[in-house]
Write a protein that binds this ligand. Structure first.
Ligand SMILES: [Zn+2]
Length: 432
């Protein structure tokens, strides 16, 4: 086994914990001195009194709305989020703004290098090495994810091919032309490349892709396996975001994700109270503090990512705390007829058992006082009425077992449902 940073990645748990608390006190003092957000928010907090993980609970969480509010201050556009002088900022990034006004994110040269280093951990863990030629099938624009992958792959010594300003066919031709052997994409776009290649009469396996790192969306295990099968490659996941950076990645064992310690202090908190740290095997919300990023310090950022806490330690020899599973976003979790529902469970059932389903969409509607869940599906062509009836019945049964809810399965004509190429959004709650 090899590590990107053998010293940090195999350090004992106690020492890791001590280092993280020391770094935490440092970044907390720094944030209070430099960022207007934290000067106001943490006025009453004394960094020297944070001695144990338990003491962290005395510090309020940072919510996305805090960021939106404080960026309205001068200087434009980062306002009270800045931890460094405006003249030191070297790159502008922003969030996608899917849940409201975008957050503008400043990077200095130093903070960008710190981010890239965190991503080096993620890519090295996923087996990226200097002989790899990495194809990035996106125009990265102002969003951060693929820029991080680009710079980190370079730092690792890989050769990077930026694949923007091409359509999917053009990208497939480029992969063949350059003999790229690694892909970094969203799971949705990975599936789309495979579909498009098949339509061009090219077996995706013939593209010669050895490894794939996925970003941008929660990926279910059946989807990850499907990508491996389609491309004949190994597919790795990670979790991160524009504000907290990429903070956990998947190793060769492909069992859960390793938190990048001690670059991040991550707490997985009970979903209801957001105070208690959950136990191994329990689901909670990830609260992340990047410990070395100073352009925009973040203290206890509520990522709203729901994860299941895993073990600490792994067959790969890394000692960091693991996450067993990324469940999704707290925003996607819904109560339907009193039952807690995550759209990822439908994705898991469909990708594991129903290859004949080409596309799907989940709706939640209120009929009188009752919630109804129509599940619209599109099937592959040329299926008999008998086969279709069989799929409908089996799908309802499996979903009932998995979610404890009754879905109304509707078969739609081919081409009715939206197709996604970058990020998918197959869940619509129409009750609101
Ligand atoms: Zn591992």
């Amino acid at each position: 086994m090899e590590y990107w940073n053998p010293y940090l990645e195999t350090m004992g748990r106690r020492q890791l914990g001590e280092i993280e608390l020391r770094y935490f006190r440092n970044i907390l003092s720094f944030a209070k001195e430099t960022s207007h957000l934290y000067r106001d928010k943490l006025r009453a907090i004394d960094p020297d009194r944070i001695k144990t993980r338990d003491d962290l609970k005395t510090i309020p969480l940072t919510e996305k709305n805090d960021l939106r509010q404080y960026q309205e201050q001068p200087p434009f556009p980062y306002g009270g989020l800045l931890g460094r002088d405006m003249t030191e900022v070297t790159t502008y990034r922003q969030t996608s703004g899917t849940t409201g006004k975008p957050v503008y994110v400043p990077e200095t040269y130093e903070s960008w290098q710190w981010r890239v280093e965190a991503w080096c951990h993620i890519l090295y863990m996923a087996g990226f090495r200097p002989h790899h030629r990495v194809f990035l099938p996106f125009g990265y624009n102002v969003y951060v994810a693929f820029w991080e992958a680009h710079y980190a792959a370079e730092k690792l010594g890989c050769e990077v091919i930026p694949g923007g300003a091409l359509d999917t066919k053009g990208r497939i031709h480029k992969i063949i032309e350059t003999r790229a052997n690694v892909l970094a994409n969203t799971p949705t776009y990975g599936l789309h490349i495979a579909e498009e290649a098949l339509a061009m009469g090219i077996d995706p396996k013939a593209l010669g892709i050895e490894r794939m790192i996925c970003a941008g969306e929660p990926m279910s295990e059946p989807t990850r396996k499907r990508l491996e099968e389609l491309f004949g490659c190994r597919t790795f996941d990670h979790i991160g975001g524009t504000e907290p950076c990429g903070w956990a990645g998947m190793c060769e064992t492909q069992e859960g994700l390793h938190i990048i310690e001690p670059l991040f202090l991550v707490e997985i908190l009970d979903r209801e109270t957001l105070t208690r740290e959950v136990e191994e095997g329990e689901m909670g919300v990830a609260v992340v503090t990047p410990l070395g990023r100073r352009s925009m310090p973040m203290i206890r950022f509520n990522t709203k990512d729901l994860v299941v806490k895993g073990a600490s330690g792994c067959a790969c020899g890394r000692t960091s705390q693991k996450i067993r599973e990324v469940v999704g976003r707290t925003d996607d979790l819904r109560k339907i007829r009193g039952v807690l529902f995550s759209p990822k469970s439908v994705e898991e059932v469909i990708r594991s058992h129903f290859r004949e389903i080409a596309e799907y969409e989940i709706l939640v509607e209120r009929k009188g006082t009752m919630d109804e869940i129509p599940l619209r599906i599109e099937l592959l062509p040329n299926m008999s009425a008998e086969q279709i009836a069989c799929v409908k019945m089996k799908l309802s049964e499996k979903l009932k077992v998995k979610t404890n809810l009754n879905f109304r399965v509707q078969v739609e004509p081919a081409g009715t449902l939206p197709r996604y190429t970058l990020k998918a959004s197959r869940f619509k709650d129409l009750r609101e």
